[in-house]
Design a protein around this ligand. Structure first.
Ligand code: SF4
Length: 324
């Protein structure tokens, strides 16, 4: 499938682009490794995200999200390749069904960056050439499914032709009334969201449409993400955000507070704060449940209730997310 993502794939090029002062200072102060050590999940970062890092108040936090470190190679008990039970819930190469009457489509392996804490960093993506046909075929025999969730990878990295084909395949099934898209593109590659805009604007006439952005730090939000969210909101999309609680990135009440407020300024409601999924290679991002509860209690004293996200964990095999 065609994908117009523009990215850095080489860490030295990326650090050069950041500028030697910033890169050197960050590398020294945070002990981040200038090495790409995991061939199965190599470094990747969009130019837009690199620009966000350059203008961030807290550049080390954003850099931690995407720059590989030696910690990823540590084997830690309880951390596994499929932490949320995607594989046993697989119905085809690209359809996962964990919950009644809802289905998730692994629409692509491509992302705007490779987040080092990704729960699918060890997922055996199939690079299925006929996702639209497979999805349509599966929906033919699952007429109780009313919500289809596009996931990945990042579904909005699909080229316009492939994205339209997938949406049209889903829209052929009248039982599907809700379309949900999970994406980090509004902060990774906002121009790629805009390339789909004509189609995204048409969709609320056919479906109830929900976009769940994955934003973990206030510095990821800028005027470009604000434009994307504003256009979607005015077109009738419901905008929610889910974050992952991450050591060194968002494990601070002031940072969470700033994220929730800035999301709302851009028309997005904070919805879930996820405890880290225990994928191999992410243990260094872990924040304990006790610490997480304290953080939520603290932001609850600073924010109106509608801006306090639900603290949850996904447990493989459970029929819903588990509140903490
Ligand atoms: S954008 Fe999402 S799927 Fe892609 S690497 Fe980041 S967390 Fe994983």
């Amino acid at each position: 499938m065609e994908s117009p993502v523009t990215v850095f794939t080489q860490i030295p090029d990326f650090l050069d682009y950041l500028g030697s002062d910033l890169a050197t200072t960050i590398a020294k102060t945070t002990a981040l490794a200038n090495l790409d050590l995991n061939p199965k999940f190599p470094f990747l970062c969009s130019r837009h995200y690199a620009d966000l890092i350059k203008k961030a108040n807290d550049p080390a936090a954003l850099l931690c999200e995407i720059l590989p470190t030696k910690d990823e190679l540590k084997k830690v008990d309880g951390f596994v390749d499929d932490p949320v039970g995607d594989l046993p819930a697989g119905k085809s190469d690209c359809v996962i069904q964990k919950y009644d009457q809802r289905a998730l489509i692994v629409s692509t392996a491509t992302c705007g960056a490779r987040c080092r804490f990704c729960f699918r960093k060890n997922y055996p993506f199939q690079n299925t050439p006929d996702v639209a046909r497979q999805v349509s075929h599966w929906l033919n025999t699952h007429t109780d499914v009313w919500e289809v969730i596009l996931s990945g990878g990042d579904p909005l990295t699909l080229g316009p032709g492939a994205f339209r084909e997938l949406i049209e395949a889903i829209a052929m099934h009248p039982s599907v009334t809700t379309l949900r898209i999970h994406t980090r593109l509004p902060v990774m590659h906002p121009d790629l969201v805009m390339q789909h805009f004509e189609l995204l604007r048409e969709l609320p006439a056919r479906f109830s449409c929900v976009l769940v952005s994955h934003v973990d730090h206030a510095d990821e939000l800028d005027e470009e993400s604000a434009t994307v969210f504003a256009q979607l909101r005015f077109s009738g999309w419901t905008l929610l955000n889910q974050s992952v609680l991450l050591r060194g990135i968002s494990d601070d009440a002031a940072k969470l507070n700033a994220l929730c407020r800035k999301l709302f300024e851009q028309g997005v409601l904070p919805y879930y704060l996820h405890q880290l999924d225990h994928a191999n290679g992410v243990a260094h991002f872990e924040v304990s449940d006790d610490e997480a509860r304290k953080l939520i209690a603290e932001i609850r004293t600073k924010l109106p209730g509608y801006l306090v996200p639900k603290l949850v964990r996904e447990i493989a095999g459970e029929k819903s997310k588990t509140p903490i």
